[in-house]
Design a protein around this ligand. Structure first.
Ligand code: GLU
Length: 317
């Protein structure tokens, strides 16, 4: 069965959802530009949500830097960010995630998992397409007594029990995508053993509560979408429409990372490059301009159509 995602009958609500775990690079700006253009060309609304769930990896200074970088590029938003207050920072939304986790728990879908990383790697289970092992179910059917015993020495992560079901949907850019949850994804973590909520739960809850109807993000998350569609169904939420945009790769064949200085936005900015030059380059990579001429995001709105956006990976020379 293909899950029908949101039909764009009314103006879309989109979002910019950066993870402030470092400074932004051109790849982050590339997906942000496309998310922005998609919403602005349809007269919709944009929300800025800071995905700072992991306190060890995310810093408030990087949240502020992301906002400053978006502003510098000319990408604005209507709701959220620092002006929206604490509600738009995932690190402040733990009680909300707890509430929805509890709903899943009541449905019998949650179980504690005591496995260590080492155990999981040793279990020689099949791997997901992103290279992470599919959970082999070691803690799936522990008795209450076993759970009590193990909890004495280790605080568990919480996993959700996925059904043996194939979830499919039509991505706005990549087309038809299907995944069998049991075989290709496996039971996944919703709360880590240190109490930090997982991205998969937070993103589903936030997109729903923030009224998001359109999700534009990097293709690395295409693989996460079936489990998010399924969680939305279990929690009684509507499904947004999804567009997964190509990732940017360096000439060495690796994805751009936050550690590479030459593609770091703050460094590009400090070198005196104009924001229009960056936007022109991004738009050219996206297939929206023939040549990388300097341009402001607002000037691209009129001609923006998803049919013009390339699907293949972009290699940054
Ligand atoms: N926070 C994620 C990132 O910056 C994006 C998550 C999403 O768009 O669902 O890669």
């Amino acid at each position: 069965m293909i899950i029908p995602t949101h039909a764009p009958t009314s103006a879309p609500v989109g979002r910019l959802a950066p993870s402030p775990s470092g400074r932004m690079h051109l790849g982050n700006a590339f997906s942000a530009l496309l998310a922005w253009l998609s919403v602005r060309s349809a007269g919709g609304e944009l929300v800025l949500r800071l995905e700072d769930l992991d306190p060890q990896r995310c810093k408030r200074a990087w949240c502020d830097q992301v906002e400053e970088d978006f502003r510098w590029l000319g990408l604005d938003w209507d709701r959220g960010g620092s002006q929206g207050g604490a509600d738009y920072y995932q690190s402040n939304r733990g009680e909300i995630y707890e509430h929805y986790l509890h709903i899943l728990e009541e449905k019998g879908l949650i179980y504690p998992c005591f496995c260590t990383r080492g155990q999981l790697h040793a279990a020689s289970a099949p791997h997901r397409s992103d290279g992470t092992p599919i959970y082999p179910g070691l803690c799936r059917n522990l008795s209450q007594a076993e759970r009590r015993e193990r909890a004495k020495t280790r605080s568990p992560a919480l996993r959700v029990r996925v059904p043996d079901r194939t979830i499919s949907f039509e991505d706005g850019l990549q087309g038809f995508f299907a995944q069998n949850l049991a075989e290709e994804c496996g039971d996944f973590i919703l709360r880590r053993s240190d109490g930090v909520f997982a991205y998969q739960l937070a993103v589903v809850v936030d997109d729903a509560l923030m009224g998001v109807t359109e999700v534009v993000r990097g293709e690395d998350l295409l693989d996460s979408t079936p489990r998010q569609l399924w969680l939305q169904e279990e929690l009684g939420f509507d499904h947004p429409r999804y567009c997964h945009v190509p990732l940017l790769y360096g000439a060495d064949g690796h994805r751009l990372s936050k550690r590479q200085r030459d593609v770091d936005l703050a460094a590009i900015r400090a070198s005196g490059t104009a924001p229009e030059a960056v936007i022109g380059q991004l738009a050219c990579w996206a297939g929206l301009l023939e040549r990388p001429e300097p341009v402001r995001p607002a000037e691209l709105i009129g001609d923006f159509r998803w049919q013009r956006v390339r699907r293949e990976r972009v290699v940054v020379e």
